[in-house]
Design a protein around this ligand. Structure first.
Ligand code: FES
Length: 101
């Protein structure tokens, strides 16, 4: 199911945008020409990843410093060991959509 997340012009490079949907919260992140959508919950202790810092294709949780690859959701730095769901994105008519399924 393709879900509209935000307008493309709401995104600032490297600054996560938290989008609250009915069932799930998503962090939308633009890095250069790529747009990533990752569930906005750290798999370590359930704080919003959107409060963290982005570097290249990695987001770092602000609480304990776990790092996640925005392309896969896999942890690339401790203490988190479990991945965070990521969702494919697309841009249509200036809006960002994600396949949340
Ligand atoms: S809550 Fe994210 S690393 Fe601990």
């Amino acid at each position: 199911m393709s879900t509209k997340l935000c307008a493309l012009d709401q995104l600032v490079d490297g600054e996560p945008l938290r989008v609250e949907l009915d069932e799930i919260d998503i962090a939308v992140i633009k890095v250069a020409d790529a747009i990533f959508a990752i569930e906005d919950v750290c798999s370590h202790a359930e704080v919003p990843l959107s409060d963290g810092a982005v570097s290249d294709c990695t987001i770092e949780c602000e609480l304990h410093g776990s790092r996640f690859d925005l392309r896969t959701g896999k942890p690339t730095g401790p203490p988190a060991t479990r991945p965070v769901p990521v969702f494919p994105t697309s841009v249509v008519d200036g809006h960002v959509f994600a396949d949340i399924s």
